[in-house]
Design a protein around this ligand. Structure first.
Ligand SMILES: Nc1nc2c(c(=O)[nH]1)N[C@H]1C(S)=C(S)[C@@H](COP(=O)(O)OP(=O)(O)OC[C@H]3O[C@@H](n4cnc5c(=O)[nH]c(N)nc54)[C@H](O)[C@@H]3O)O[C@H]1N2
Ligand SMILES: Nc1nc2c(c(=O)[nH]1)N[C@H]1C(S)=C(S)[C@@H](COP(=O)(O)OP(=O)(O)OC[C@H]3O[C@@H](n4cnc5c(=O)[nH]c(N)nc54)[C@H](O)[C@@H]3O)O[C@H]1N2
Ligand SMILES: [Mo]
Length: 660
């Protein structure tokens, strides 16, 4: 058989969502390359996805269903057939439902694959069963999305393709070289025309290394920094009075009640950024013609994080940056899509509302809930035994002998080790789905490139098989992929014919920016939150603050089965400032333990001034066996929720470090 070149799309949880040209030969994906036809991701793939054939054909792929034969968590399994696996799941769920009521069931799919069909049909299954509902994404973007919406309403952000026309680009808590690399050529083109790149990040990331100027505030102080910029803009008459008058509410209250306290001198104490630097930052922003801010999500993952997004998102209105090509701000384009998600999720099948389980507090739910307790858990495309906070609770929950756990994954993830039944998922290249980007305005159909390897199957196939066994007769459990795509496009400007096989297709979005920016927000007041931006420090609970940031060559743990990427990423390590290292007798390369009252993690120390005094940085997530001891990093984080969006507070973690 010859080679075939097929256009598809990267299925990962990444804002870029590349169009991919895959070479297929004899039922194998032998090569992937960037598709030059995609105007944003044009022509190159990231270092991870470049190795996609290695992931698809990894020797670590799960090839058949497994049943637990050892104690919980021991990872001892025996192969079983799909029929045995599905029959047992259906029988156990029916028994547990009868004995404890439907809310004893909890199941979800998360972002291991971003396919709209494979993510959303899983919801329909649990809705039809009357199960507890899973509030997904609080570990990721719920706080920043709510924060953005309080400031700007459901307004889409700036089209990142226009950024080449900006004259000042601020990557604010966004390490774009690692997590949004296809915006880099647009930034480079802007720089070639004289634009400045400023990075605001508590440590010197790869993006900060490329910046004209890197400002390193303390974690969780962005609200104060943004308010100080506003203070200077207003004080020095650098704000756009006309824009503020026409398209904001609450300016006078912000100006009179909040800004006076955010003088550069006070804010220097709050943020660690010198007063002269904040002045310079505000002046650069106020004088730019079309300044652009790329907001990352991680700066919202602390106790006051939603407020940080809410406040930074007010800045473009102050200087009238919206509507100028290249200017404005972008956090996330997810809200711009109006797919008919509910046709696949089917909330109507739930009947009566059931209790909600917060993704960030899954461990707590498993050990604390009663009336009824969670007795059956289904997890697809998520690895909570590494990526959820408060791992002590998470592991205690998953270790319950009376919890019937089913995990569908490509690899035997740390979570799968705790399963009673493991179901082998195929990679998205082995099934068909529809994808939409959350960092651009493109959507793309992903065809099936090869047959599923071994006995692996997509999530949606499992949903359909279980529904049939459970007597669920709604047509949503019987559709073909084409029918699902048809349903998703209902009421949108897209049609299935226009998408299937078409490559990247762009959504038309209004680029004039928010009609109104809410400097004062009545919606926040209604929701019991302070309607004006304001900042208060968090009480330190230890000498060092922990910053957990995305890994460059890993994507959480989704590329764990790719040996070459594991080698490139190297052993787990923490970045420690020379002053903190010296105070603890730690030298570069030493084996150290990061610890707090919740747990301990053993890894290597990298002593570097890329981080600041009082701050330890750990990049990336690995399976627990990859750490020298303890691990993973989330044994250190708490499951406390932030003030907005019921979001995780990973970056509100205090620790200390000692030599091993
Ligand atoms: N290579 C790679 N790419 C990825 C991922 C990955 O794991 N690896 N993850 C994907 C996913 S799921 C997501 S949600 C996106 C996330 O993409 P981003 O939104 O870019 O990622 P963040 O977690 O926000 O981290 C970005 C930066 O925010 C900084 N930061 C953290 N706290 C603060 C703060 O208080 N203030 C400021 N100013 N900065 C802060 C961190 O140091 C980090 O450098 O990336 C996606 N892409
Ligand atoms: N301390 C700390 N913790 C964090 C963060 C942080 O900043 N700090 N970031 C948080 C963020 S932003 C996120 S989004 C979460 C991510 O948390 P997770 O979703 O747990 O991230 P992954 O490790 O990528 O897990 C995805 C799983 O899906 C599997 N998978 C991949 N493709 C498929 C498929 O097609 N089908 C199925 N069934 N499975 C598949 C992968 O093998 C992997 O086991 O982590 C959060 N955790
Ligand atoms: Mo995320």
């Amino acid at each position: 058989m010859g080679q075939e070149l097929i256009r598809t799309v990267c299925p990962h949880d990444c804002p870029d969502q590349c169009s991919v040209l895959a070479t297929v030969e004899d039922g194998r994906v032998v090569k992937v390359a960037g598709d030059p036809a995609h105007p944003f991701t044009g022509g190159f793939l990231c270092g991870k996805v470049n190795r996609y054939p290695e992931r698809v054909h990894s020797p670590e792929r799960l090839m058949m269903p497994l049943k637990r034969v050892g104690p919980k968590g021991a990872g001892r399994f025996a192969p079983i057939s799909w029929d045995e696996a599905l029959d047992e799941i259906a029988t156990r769920w029916s028994e547990l439902q009868a004995e404890f009521g439907p809310e004893a069931l909890l199941g979800y799919a998360y972002s291991g694959t971003m396919g709209l069909i494979n993510r959303n049909t899983v919801k329909a299954l649990f809705h039809a069963l009357g199960a507890s509902q899973f509030l997904a994404g609080t570990v990721c973007d719920s706080a920043c999305e709510v924060g953005w919406e309080y400031a700007c309403g459901p307004t889409p952000g700036t089209d990142p393709e226009s950024v080449e026309d900006s004259d000042l680009i601020i990557c604010w808590g966004a390490n774009v070289v690692t997590t949004n690399v296809h915006i880099v050529p647009f930034i480079d083109r802007a720089k070639a025309r004289g634009a400045q790149l400023i990075v605001i990040d508590p440590y010197r990331t790869r993006t900060a290394q490329r910046a004209d100027w890197h400002l390193a505030p303390r974690i969780g102080t962005d609200t104060a920094l943004a308010l100080c910029m506003m203070h200077v803009l207003v004080r020095d008459g650098l704000y756009d009075q006309e824009f503020v008058g026409n398209r904001t509410v609450g300016f006078e209250r912000l100006r009179d009640e909040v800004l006076p306290s955010y003088t550069p001198e006070r804010v220097a104490e709050m943020t660690g950024i010198a007063a002269a630097d904040v002045e310079r930052l505000a002046h650069a922003y106020g004088k730019a013609k079309a300044p652009f801010i790329r907001l990352g999500m991680g700066m919202a993952r602390n106790a006051g994080g939603g407020m940080a997004t809410r406040t930074v998102a007010c800045l473009p209105a102050l200087v009238g940056a919206w509507g100028k090509r290249g200017g404005g701000a972008l956090q996330d384009t997810a809200a711009a899509w109006n797919w008919n998600y509910n046709a696949l999720r089917r909330p109507d099948l739930l009947g009566r509302p059931t209790r909600e389980i917060n993704h960030s507090q899954l461990g707590r739910a498993l050990i604390e809930l009663n009336d009824p307790p969670i007795k059956a858990l289904f997890v697809a495309a998520n690895n909570p035994a590494v990526t959820c906070p408060d791992q002590a609770r998470m592991v205690a929950g998953l270790s319950r002998e009376d919890l019937f756990t089913v995990v569908q994954d490509i690899f035997l993830s740390d979570t799968a080790l705790f399963a009673d039944i493991v179901l082998p998922a195929c990679t998205p290249f082995e099934s068909e789905d529809l994808f939409r980007s959350y960092g651009t305005y493109y959507t793309q159909h992903g065809p099936q490139l090869i047959e599923p390897l071994g006995e692996s199957r997509p999530n949606v196939w499992v949903v359909q098989q279980l529904a049939a066994r459970l007597g669920l007769e709604d047509p949503v459990f019987r559709h073909s992929t084409a029918e699902y795509i048809d349903l998703l496009t209902q009421g949108t400007t897209f049609t299935a014919e226009g998408l299937v096989g078409a490559g990247p297709v762009k959504l038309a979005v209004d680029q004039s920016g928010p009609a109104v920016t809410y400097l004062y927000s009545e919606a926040m007041e209604r929701d019991g939150l302070p309607p004006l931006p304001d900042w208060a420090p968090e009480a330190a609970e230890g000498p060092l603050r922990l910053l957990t940031a995305p890994g460059h060559s890993q994507h959480h743990t989704a590329f764990a089965g790719v040996a070459s990427l594991q080698r490139i990423e190297g052993e787990p390590r923490c970045l420690l400032h020379p002053a903190d290292a010296e105070a603890r007798g730690i030298s570069n390369g030493d084996q150290v333990i990061i610890y707090n009252e919740r747990g301990e993690v053993g890894l290597h120390a990298a002593v570097t001034d890329a981080t600041q005094p009082g701050q330890v940085v750990v990049e990336g997530h690995r399976g627990r066996s990859r750490y020298l001891s303890g691990g993973p990093v989330n044994v250190l984080t708490s499951d406390r929720l932030g003030a907005m969006g019921a979001g995780a507070t990973f970056q509100s973690t205090w620790v200390d470090v000692r030599r091993m």
